[in-house]
Design a protein. Structure first.
Length: 449
C-alpha cells in the first residue's frame, strides 16, 4: 500500500499550530484516498477527539474548521466554545492566518451521520452530496468574506481531517513501568543471551515479522541486530517504497557481537502486505510460513501462492523449523488511516495465527513521529497520552490485547546507539521470548495429554 501522506506543508502546519497553541497533528482522513463521502469521513474520524478539517482548492487557498469536541455521528448540534473557522491567507497577509470564531457556541457543529463536517449551522459544510466541494455562507453563526476565506472557489482538490493532540498532554504517571538505566539494558541483554527454550532440541525461537509496506519490519531486525553488534547495522534491506522492498523470505540469526555465539532468536522477515489482491505477501501463504514449510531465501511470487512442489519446500518441518511467535508491525501514525482492505488482511492474518496456536504481538513503530515529546526523550513513551491512545485504538481495531502491543522506535536515521532506545527494543524482544514460552508450554501440555 502506498503511504498516505499529508498534503499540509510544514509551513502551513506551523501557521495552524499558532491558532491551536502548538498542538500535534495526526492524519485521519484524506478524501482522495478514502473517498469523498460522509460514510468514509465518519468511519475514519468519529470518536477521535479534537479534530481539524483542512481543505485545499485550485486557487491555492487552505481553509477549514476546528472542533474541540470532534465528531460522533450523534445527529445533534454540538456545543463547542472553542470551535472556529480558519483560512491561511494568500497575498500580503499570508503569514497571518485568518481565524473566525463561531458566534453561537450552542450550534458550533452539526454532527449528522449522513453528512460531512458542518460548522456553524451551515456556515461551512464539506462533502456535500459526496462531492469534493464545500458550501459556505454568512449567517448568524459565522461572518466572513468569501473572497478572503477561499477566493470564492468552493471546488476542492483535497480534503483532510487531522486528530489534534496536545504535545504537552502527558500522563502524571507512566501506564507501563520501565527502568531506564544502563544496568537495565545490561540485564535485558543478559536475559536474551541466557534464554533457553523449555523443549529440546529447539535451541532458537523463530519470530515471524509481518506488516504493511514501509511499517518497519526489516528495520526492526536491523535494530535488534544493532543492539547486539554494538553499533548501528543494516543487514536486512530496508527502505520506503510503494511496493515491498523485501522480495525474499529471510531467516536472520543474530550474534552476540561480530564474532560472538548465536543468540537464541531467529527473526523471519516476510514480504510486505499491500492493499491490492495479488500484490505483496499473500494471506494464504502465511500458514505455510507458520508451519515451517518455507526455506530461507525463498523468492515470493505475489501472483501465485507457495506450492509444495517448489525446490526446497520443507515437507516434514521439525518443531525448530516452525514459527513460535508472530510480530505484526504497524506505523503508529497510520493505525487510524489504514485502508479497509489492509485492515481486513490483518484481521484475517490474526485469525490464521490464532488457529495455529501461535502467540501474537503488535509492534507500533515510529512512536517518535506520533508525539514530539517522545521524539525529544524516548523515556516519555509511556507517559505520552498520544501513544497510549494509539495503543488502545490498535487494540480495538485489530482485536489484539493491549498487553500484547509494544511501542518501539527503530534505528532508521540514527548513526549511534542510544541506551534508552535499546531498552525499548530489548523489552519487545523479551516479551516475544516470553510469549514463545507459552507456545512451548502448549506443545508440552499436548504431548503429556
Amino acid at each position: 500500500m502506498a503511504e498516505v501522506r499529508p498534503r499540509l506543508s510544514k509551513k502551513e502546519e506551523k501557521q495552524l499550530q499558532q491558532l491551536l497553541e502548538n498542538e500535534h497533528f495526526s492524519l485521519l482522513y484524506k478524501g482522495s484516498v478514502h473517498g469523498y463521502t460522509a460514510a468514509a469521513f465518519h468511519a475514519k474520524c468519529d470518536r477521535q477527539g479534537p479534530s481539524l478539517v483542512v481543505a485545499y482548492n485550485n486557487s491555492g487557498f487552505v481553509f477549514g474548521g476546528y472542533s474541540s469536541q470532534g465528531f460522533n455521528s450523534s445527529n445533534q448540534y454540538i456545543k463547542d466554545e472553542k470551535a472556529f473557522l480558519f483560512s491561511l491567507n494568500k497575498g500580503e497577509n499570508q503569514d497571518r492566518p485568518l481565524k473566525i470564531p463561531v458566534k453561537n457556541a450552542d450550534q458550533a457543529v452539526h454532527d449528522k451521520n449522513d453528512q460531512g463536517p458542518n460548522f456553524g449551522a451551515g456556515s461551512l459544510c464539506f462533502l456535500i452530496t459526496g462531492a469534493n466541494s464545500t458550501a459556505t455562507q454568512n449567517n448568524n453563526y459565522c461572518e466572513f468574506d468569501l473572497a478572503q476565506f477561499h477566493g470564492n472557489d468552493p471546488a476542492l482538490v483535497e480534503c483532510e481531517v487531522y486528530r489534534i493532540e496536545g504535545i504537552g498532554d502527558m500522563l502524571e504517571c507512566p501506564w507501563r513501568k520501565i527502568t531506564w538505566t544502563p544496568e537495565e539494558r545490561s540485564n535485558l541483554i543478559e536475559f536474551v543471551k541466557q534464554y533457553k527454550t523449555c523443549l529440546n532440541p529447539v535451541s532458537q525461537v523463530r519470530i515471524l515479522v509481518i506488516g504493511p509496506v514501509g511499517a518497519g519490519k526489516s528495520s526492526f531486525f536491523n535494530s535488534v541486530n544493532s543492539v547486539f553488534r554494538g553499533h548501528v547495522t543494516s543487514q536486512a534491506i530496508a527502505g520506503s517504497d510503494s511496493t515491498s522492498v523485501t522480495k525474499k523470505y529471510r531467516t536472520y540469526t543474530i550474534k552476540d557481537g561480530k564474532a560472538g555465539k548465536l543468540l537464541p532468536i531467529i527473526l523471519c522477515d516476510s514480504m510486505g502486505l499491500e492493499e491490492k489482491t495479488g500484490a505483496g505477501l499473500e494471506v494464504e501463504d502465511v500458514p505455510k510460513l507458520l508451519e515451517g514449510h518455507v526455506p530461507d531465501r525463498y523468492l515470493f511470487n505475489a501472483a501465485a501462492s507457495i506450492q509444495s512442489d517448489f525446490p526446497g519446500y520443507i515437507k516434514l518441518p521439525s518443531l525448530g523449523d516452525k514459527v513460535h511467535c508472530v510480530a505484526f508491525v504497524l506505523d503508529a501514525c497510520k493505525v487510524s488511516i489504514l485502508s479497509a482492505n489492509l485492515e481486513e488482511k490483518l484481521r484475517t492474518l490474526r485469525a490464521k495465527v490464532s488457529q495455529c496456536d501461535v502467540p501474537l504481538v503488535l509492534l507500533l513503530t515510529k512512536v517518535d513521529e506520533l508525539c514530539p515529546i517522545v521524539a525529544e526523550d524516548i523515556q516519555e513513551v509511556y507517559r505520552s497520552r498520544a501513544v497510549q491512545n494509539q495503543v488502545h485504538r490498535a487494540a480495538a481495531r485489530f482485536g489484539i490485547p493491549v498487553c500484547n502491543i509494544l511501542p518501539i522506535k527503530n534505528y532508521s536515521s540514527s548513526l549511534e546507539l542510544d541506551c534508552d532506545n535499546d531498552i525499548l527494543i530489548l523489552h519487545a524482544v523479551q516479551q516475544m521470548l516470553r510469549f514463545a514460552d507459552n507456545y512451548f508450554d502448549n506443545i508440552s501440555s499436548a504431548v503429556s495429554d
